[in-house]
Design a protein around this ligand. Structure first.
Ligand SMILES: [Fe+2]
Ligand SMILES: [Fe+2]
Length: 213
């Protein structure tokens, strides 16, 4: 694993992040960091440290109001408009990614920023690091929604640690497809807006699976 940052820098980052969110959100953040670490080890990711830092930073603007998001969008040149009011939940990934360079410049590493930027919607051409932070956010141990529990059990009950590399990647893609399908289904049921990035990410995963099987 690369050692870009000291343990103290990372502990200080956690403490700083904790100040800006509720205790519930912070416990989720720690659980996502733990799950990210577990998944990164399982898949032998060299950028495990960057992925864990992304996990710490992924929801730093999640509790902002729509007006606060609008202000952040204006400050960082993120196009907002009506879309923000219609689908405010997806904006925290963009505003959090933009905030890193400003508020935590020593952590403004490309992998960190991209894992944060795409942790909610996904997008075309996702990297393994981005996939795993996305998944960690979905299945962290604090998540008790039936879909999250189902997905966590699906992934770990198959004992991916015993699989060879190809089987493990196939299993990851199956798990990711399930997660996108559950998300899209829930959004459809709510009559909510689905980000085009999510549809593209889902279709790429489905296409990759077809080629793998
Ligand atoms: Fe999030
Ligand atoms: Fe999250």
């Amino acid at each position: 694993m690369s050692n870009k940052w000291t343990e103290k820098q990372i502990a200080d980052l956690r403490a700083e992040v904790q100040k800006g969110m509720s205790q519930k959100r912070f416990l989720h953040t720690l659980a996502v960091e733990e799950m990210t670490d577990r998944l990164a080890r399982l898949f032998g990711c060299e950028r495990r440290e960057e992925m864990c830092v992304a996990a710490i930073l992924h929801d730093i603007t999640k509790e902002c109001s729509v007006d606060e998001h609008i202000a952040l969008c204006q400050k960082y040149g993120i196009p907002d408009g009506e879309h923000l009011r219609l689908a405010p939940k997806t904006f925290h990934a963009q505003t959090a990614a933009a905030l890193i360079a400003d508020k935590y410049p020593e952590f403004a590493d490309e992998t960190v920023v991209n894992c944060v930027r795409w942790h909610t919607t996904g997008h075309a051409g996702m990297t393994l690091e981005e996939h795993l932070v996305y998944l960690a956010d979905y299945i962290d141990m604090t998540r008790l929604f039936p879909d999250c529990v189902r997905l966590r059990n699906y992934f770990f009950d198959a004992e991916p640690q015993k699989m060879d590399e190809d089987e493990r990647m196939l299993h990851l893609y199956k798990t990711l497809l399930m997660s996108y399908d559950m998300t899209i289904r829930a959004l459809v049921d709510d009559g909510a807006i689905i980000s085009a990035d999510t549809v593209i990410a889902r279709n790429e995963i489905a296409a990759t699976l077809r080629k793998m099987q």
